[in-house]
Design a protein around this ligand. Sequence first.
Ligand code: XMP
Ligand code: MG
Length: 180
Amino acid sequence: MKPDIERVLFSEEDLHKVAQRLGKQLSVDYADKNPLVICVLKGAILFMTDLVREMDIPLEIDFMDVSSYGDGTVSSGEVRILKDLDTSVFQRNVLIVEDIVDTGRTLSYLMKLLKTREAKSIKICTLMDKQDRRVMNVKADYIGFEVPNEFVVGYGLDYAQHYRNLPYIGVLKPEIYENK
Ligand code: XMP
Ligand code: MG
């Protein structure tokens, strides 16, 4: 374990099992629906690549990068698109893949946006759900793990752009951000 990590929350094996469980369920629910699986960059990238390998059905993938305005000081829920989709969602069955749902602002914005673009259906699959911090009325349809209100890194998730390459998810030692 890296010295910056206080404890491991989910091991490589836990993450593999959760991708298998969700992938199996999604393969049933999206059989013959040719879903457009949207990875929300950058945090969801590792989860998304593991998840689609467990989906034994025809599907397409695309990527979107968004960032929240104001670093949490503004509660407008306004989100900026850094990279838009290449694919049209019009009349498509869309599955949004997220790393973690926190306040719900990002997903609330994305859902609204994809609705205006007239997707046929929009569902959310998130690796982690931090229910305690929710401020928007957003509910994920597929959830890997419920997590406590702690800052987690690894398996795609970062602190100051680091730790994304850890193969597990861990809780960062508070002194790492307290020293900044
Ligand atoms: P909202 O608040 O819009 O935010 O639901 C979701 C995004 O916030 C980031 N986030 C985290 N990133 N460890 C991280 O590395 C965390 O514990 C954490 N909590 C929220 C993340 O980018 C997510 O997509
Ligand atoms: Mg994210």
